[in-house]
Write a protein that binds this ligand. Structure first.
Ligand code: SF4
Ligand code: SF4
Length: 388
């Protein structure tokens, strides 16, 4: 793993901020024939037809056995509560603690790990990663859709939590989503506690968790050296591969930054296209990078991906399940990751070996405490893509 002066992604021209109202989840919150719908699609006519079709699908969190759906829903309330404005932010203590940045960094990282985070890295907050406007409000009635966002914090703490590989590999079915929701709920708790701790030290701090982001967590984690951006659009880390979820805490507490890293993902993804070949929606590019808001990267098609999510009722995750970086932390796999991060060209042989050994995606069975899920939607898409 090489430490760098700046992240590996190439900036072409000027980086620009993302409007959360353009996020596919935010668009699904709009109701057809309402003034909000008409106003939005007047400016974004290119998405209206596809979004209308997606509205007719069951939706994420609405497919599965009723007994198991309740396991999911029983976590939603707490996750939504932890995403409320008065949980993610709050008053700052009037008494500022004189704590030097190195010691403050040790405390913040130590507390994050103590609370359950698997990875913690700290970097600068690039304003290009701050949303321009609030888009998602469904789970947070105290948020105002369209409100402009100003977040003047200088620093960002990225925290990651591992997702359990066996559940991710069950496919686009409820056990996979249950694991994602568990991890996001835990991240919400950790981020809220960390932000509250920093405010109690006398410095502003805001948690950004899954029901209340004001920032893009992935590029912030890349700037803090947690890993690199992959072809499938997810962060890949040396320790956990792409098998993780993220939250961010932004703050003005002076902290020591971690350097960005080169772990060889860029070269690995150049040669390996396993995620693109397995993606049931065709959302992942087989080709080269393009410039998106000033940054060169592989662009995924969010509308195609989101269609699968809404049809299967999950967040799919086949790309993550099939990625060669998604491996248990055994000695053998750790050695492979070590080689991949040091010898960039090894990625080509590893991805060929991966395809020969594991072939196409085959879902793992659900755990015995859950009902057997229905994989027919995935089967349908798999057949469709086999004929392309
Ligand atoms: S989540 Fe599923 S549909 Fe979306 S990009 Fe990954 S494999 Fe494709
Ligand atoms: S499956 Fe291959 S191409 Fe896709 S993200 Fe993983 S390493 Fe990159």
């Amino acid at each position: 793993m090489k430490e760098l002066d700046r992240p590996r992604y190439k900036i072409i021209g000027e980086m620009s901020r993302f409007d959360e109202r353009d996020n596919v989840h935010a668009r699904r919150e709009l109701e057809p024939d309402t003034p909000e719908w008409k106003k939005y699609y007047q400016d974004h006519a290119e998405w209206e037809e596809e979004d209308l079709k997606t509205k007719l699908l069951p939706g994420v969190g609405n497919v599965g056995h009723p007994w198991d759906l309740l396991m999911l829903r029983s976590q939603v309330q707490i996750r939504s509560t932890l995403g409320r404005n008065d949980f993610v932010d709050g008053p700052v203590s009037q008494e500022k603690m004189g704590i030097d940045p190195i010691r403050a960094t040790e405390k913040v990282k130590g507390l994050a790990r103590h609370l359950g985070a698997d990875l913690v890295r700290i970097g600068p907050l690039n304003q290009a990663h701050v949303y321009t406007h609030v888009g998602k409000t469904k789970h947070s009635p105290d948020k105002i859709k369209g409100a402009s966002i100003s977040l003047p914090h200088k620093n960002a703490i990225s925290i990651a939590l591992e997702t359990e590989i066996d559940l991710i590999k069950t496919g686009p079915v409820l056990p996979e989503l249950l694991e994602i929701v568990r991890v996001y709920s835990q991240l919400a708790r950790i981020s809220v506690v960390l932000a509250a701790y920093i405010r109690s030290l006398g410095f502003p701090a805001r948690a950004h968790n899954s029901h209340n982001y004001q920032v893009l967590c992935i590029p912030i984690a890349i700037d803090a050296g947690m890993g690199e951006l992959s072809r499938m659009g997810a962060l890949i880390t040396k320790e956990l591969g792409p098998c993780l979820k993220l939250a961010t805490i932004t703050t003005d507490l002076p902290l020591a930054f971690d350097p960005p890293v080169d772990i060889g993902v860029e070269e690995f993804c150049q040669d390996c296209k396993i995620c693109a070949k397995n993606c049931p929606s065709g959302a992942i590019s087989h080709g080269g990078k393009v410039v998106v808001r000033g940054v060169e990267k592989w662009k995924i098609k969010p509308e195609a991906c989101y269609r699968i999510w809404n049809e299967t009722g999950t967040d799919c995750g086949i790309c993550i399940a099939t990625c060669p970086w998604t491996k248990p932390r055994t000695m053998f796999h750790n050695l492979c990751k070590e080689i991949a991060t040091r010898k960039h060209k090894a990625g080509l042989w590893m991805s060929i070996g991966e395809e020969l050994l594991y072939g196409k995606f085959r879902p793992k069975p659900a755990p015995d405490w859950m009902e057997t899920p229905d994989l027919s939607v995935w089967e349908k898409y798999k057949k469709l893509r086999e004929h392309l």
